[in-house]
Design a binder for this molecule. Structure first.
Ligand code: ADP
Length: 190
């Protein structure tokens, strides 16, 4: 069983790459952003709550996010492994994930980061915002706030996984196929 955390700043291409990797390695793809957006679309209580944070580019509170993620894992008992996309995003989430997996006799195999320069990513998100319909992609101030959230709360996770010797990084600039290739090289060598 392999469990991979796909790591990267907003717009780094996690979702795009996850689409390829999940098929290639038979992994269950869990994107917390997608799950929140699904809940917003269906106007669930969780969706209504998440929306108040997401629309501003703030992180949804840990408690809510951790609980949601755990129930998604529990809903896939036959999975051959998970591809976590957009989770964990805080140290509290990373610790909770480790403890949760451990309670199931599992662990994170590796964290793979897609690296790219902030300015390129901000432009990508503004471009995506023209067609994605995502309120958090349409306003440069909200996008910048997501980067502030990332720098303050998510970036420290790199050290967390480095200490566990589970951190790998690939260059996130290039064609989609080239980047899939880079990620595959890391995963194949685990
Ligand atoms: P991106 O990586 O482009 O910002 P996502 O779809 O991963 O897009 O996330 C969109 C928003 O969903 C985040 O800005 C945040 O509000 C919320 N979100 C997603 N994952 C988490 C998480 N693990 N913890 C807290 N909030 C999250």
């Amino acid at each position: 069983m392999i469990n991979i955390v796909l790591f990267g700043k907003p717009g780094a291409g996690k979702g795009t790459q996850a689409e390829f990797l999940k098929g290639k390695y038979n992994l269950t793809h869990l994107s917390t952003g997608d799950i929140f957006r699904f809940n917003i679309k269906n106007e669930t209580e969780l969706g209504k709550l998440a929306k108040t944070y997401m629309d501003k580019g703030d992180l949804v509170p840990d408690e809510v996010t951790i609980q949601m993620l755990q129930s998604e894992v529990d809903n896939n008992p036959d999975s051959a492994g998970f591809l976590f996309d957009g989770f964990p995003r805080t140290l509290a989430q990373a610790g909770a994930l480790d403890r949760f997996l451990e309670s199931k006799g599992q662990q994170i195999t590796a964290t793979v980061a897609l690296e790219a320069d902030d300015e390129i990513l901000v432009q990508r998100l503004l471009e995506r915002g023209k067609t994605s319909g995502r309120p958090d992609d349409q306003d440069e101030e909200k996008i910048r706030n997501r980067y502030d959230e990332y720098n303050e709360k998510t970036a420290p996770l790199m050290d967390y996984y480095k200490e566990q010797e589970k951190f790998y990084a690939v260059d996130g600039i290039g064609s989609i196929a080239d980047i899939t290739e880079r990620l595959s090289t890391v995963i194949d060598n685990l």
